[in-house]
Design a protein around this ligand. Structure first.
Ligand SMILES: [Mg+2]
Length: 309
């Protein structure tokens, strides 16, 4: 019988989808599930982090708690939503010290407070290894929802913030660098309100994987300009290619209607926004670098078999 490591996360998810009612999952493929709620949509997402795959050895419990909350809020941000509540189911070894759990909770609380979101529930269980499954609920006006589909040829590809948290962590060994991510909650809502954004995703699996997601969802291609990719301070131009394939930046990657781009780029979104490419009719995803161009492969992180080569 094949193992999950032979299939990889995407194929495992596709298989699971096939086992459920296809009607209830027809909208699957965005960063959150979408529920009809009068004039707005309710957004619901769940994202699990584990000791083995997400946490550097030297990570503090506060940093882990922050990260568990931030990754869930990021999915609400990616759809332009306002988060309204979070829940956390936590599995812990029985010999965990109470103080450690208090510190984990304070990290969760710090992140949720920063973004004005109450923790509204959760669960704890004994488990051999630390596992935190977070859930976030949000709301977005129906006319403003941002989805992965919707990019049109001629749109501008843009991103919030900078790339390279994974590399910054590799260079510094500081768990903060990779765990203290800033979910773009405020920025996501401003992008949604602008009416200029045609599709959006958070780059949790890396820039290359995220461009491929937008391409598939929108049935379009992309030209990404390598030299325009904004890197975190301290990284070198030679880090760019690696940074494109690392997960963990949690910035928003989105497409903008070119007619509305000037006013969006001139407005204050609260963080840097950089145009990094264009949407193309040709379905290929190309990386332009200097005078040359080549295909940009989808090399983001995939669970069950790690980063692909
Ligand atoms: Mg996401």
């Amino acid at each position: 019988m094949p193992k999950l490591s032979d299939a990889g996360e995407k194929a495992v998810i596709q298989h699971l989808i096939s086992l459920f009612d296809p009607k209830s999952l027809q909208d699957i493929g965005d960063d959150c599930a979408i529920l009809d709620s009068g004039d707005s949509f309710l957004l619901v997402t769940t994202d699990m982090i584990t000791r083995a795959t997400h946490m550097p050895e030297n990570a503090s419990p506060e940093d882990i708690g922050w990260y568990a909350a931030a990754v869930n809020l990021s999915d609400i941000a990616a759809m332009g939503g306002r988060p309204i509540g979070t829940l956390f189911a936590i599995g812990l070894p029985a010999d965990t010290e109470e103080e450690w759990l208090d510190r984990l909770a304070s990290g969760i609380h710090e992140c949720c407070s920063r973004y004005g979101v109450p923790v509204i529930g959760g669960d704890t269980k004994e488990n051999p290894s630390l596992t935190i499954s977070g859930t976030a609920v949000g709301r977005v006006p129906k006319s403003q929802i941002l989805r992965r589909s919707g990019a049109r040829p001629g749109d501008i590809l843009a991103m919030t913030g900078k790339l390279g948290r994974g590399i910054a962590w590799e260079l510094s060994g500081d768990a903060n660098a990779i765990l203290r991510v800033e979910p773009r909650v405020h920025e996501g809502q401003l992008l949604a309100e602008s009416g200029a954004v045609t599709s959006c995703i958070d780059m949790s699996d890396g820039l290359s994987a995220s461009v491929h997601h937008l391409s598939k969802a929108g049935n379009v291609g992309f030209s990404v300009e390598a030299d325009r990719l904004p890197l975190l301070d301290g990284l070198k131009a030679s880090d760019r290619e690696k940074a494109m394939h690392w997960g963990g930046d949690y910035e928003l990657l989105f497409t903008v209607n070119p007619k509305k781009a000037d006013s969006l780029f001139q407005s204050d979104l609260g963080c840097p926004v950089t145009g990094i490419g264009t949407v193309t009719e040709d379905k290929a995803i190309m990386l332009l670098k200097g005078d040359g161009k080549k295909h940009l492969p989808d090399r983001g992180y995939e669970h069950f078999r790690g980063a692909r080569s």
